[in-house]
Design a protein around this ligand. Sequence first.
Ligand SMILES: Cc1ncc(COP(=O)(O)O)c(C=O)c1O
Length: 475
Amino acid sequence: MGDPLISRDDAAEALGMVARAAGPYLDALPHLPVRDLTHAHLVKELDGPLPEDGDGTIAAVADLLRIGTRAATHSSGPRFFHFVVGGSTPAAQAGDWITSLLDQASGLWLTSPFATQAETVVLRWLKEMFGLPPSYGGVLTPSATFANLTGLACARHWWAARHGVDVTAEGLVGLPRMPVFSSGYVHASSRKALQLLGLGRDSVRTLTRDDAGRLDLAALDRELAAAGPAVLIANAGEVNGGDFDPVDAMADLAERHGAWLHVDGAFGLFAALSPRTAHLVRGIERADSLAADGHKWLNVPYESGFAFVRDASVLGRAFGSWNAAYLPAPDDEFVNYNNLGPESSRRARALPIWATLRAYGRAGHQAMVERHRDLAHYLGGIVDRSPELELLAPVNLFIVCFRFRPPGVPEEELDDLNRRLGEELIEDGRVYAGTTVYRGVVALRPAIVNWRTTTEDIDLLAAVVKEIGARLVGR
Ligand SMILES: Cc1ncc(COP(=O)(O)O)c(C=O)c1O
């Protein structure tokens, strides 16, 4: 088959094949097991020698659709509760297809004024949704990890400048270690960002007052008084128990001691959308930098994240490359987003965000946030009423942290029992929920963040947990 130029007329048909497969796939999605083991063997068909001439457009796309629609993890369906994995709203998913159709190089205004404008608009909309001042700078990133990297790179730039060094030009040589403080809730991705920035994964000091990892504010106050310019990471929220750091109180301390406050709000920033949950993120509008994900609670397809920075000019200083204009004005229509974040060439990842916000508005996304919170409380209620289940943390957003604890099973056997339960849940595939270690015990911590999820899905989750648990203890 060879050269794609020969089959250029197949381009629309190839997309048509995807579109025609979409209907049956999406209709089936609410009823599919999260992972269908009967099709697991199909992934082997991806393998083979590098094709010499290739099978041609139609055959290759047909194969990928056949294997993918059967063997993929159906995690965009309503019953994937492991980690924090969002779904894709219909508009966001279509926006993502449009991104591929148009294939914009969105790093430079020159290569796509359309994608640049879309990015500027969605960043403004997102700031408004979260209650952040419009003057904040921002950039879209592939993920919250990259958004944390972006915010913490700005923090590093600010901190080095306090020591008289332009870290963008000169690097870290000769500087002391940057003091970084957080609670025990700090996520691995913030550590990864510190690691990539040459600051060291272990440079963050966690100041905790209990085994859950809650912040010791008094200790933070003391440490900051002694540390000189320092960086605080507030976690809004935490993936195991669903708790939040006290962002407002941390902003007070940052102000008092002249520290930089970075908020990792990968999923929790969306609590700002509802008056029922906004108290959890009070103070985010005082942060120096913030990171969040689109592919979690905004329910846009992977890869989607965003970072905001109070002093918009720091983004350009931290990421502007050699010979590039450093300081675009925040309202600069001709902005080159590749100078404001860690990427250079990048896709137009604003489009799915634009589509979902245009389609459902702030109110639609607020409704989703509130429904997920209600569903989490619904599951919390089931756990409370079930003698064989034990709630381990209060439900405050969408995470329900609990374990299987049937009467008569000794405490020392519970970790192993729950670990096996987590493994069997995944093997079973009807629902997906995995285990973590919370306050020293093995626990399940399903997260409800998919727009498709309803009470029936939650009922099934509870029923499957009880069924497998009963089987494991022979009852
Ligand atoms: C609090 C928090 N921060 C950061 C991340 C990293 O997000 P991503 O995997 O999108 O990079 C996660 C992911 O679960 C998270 O829960």
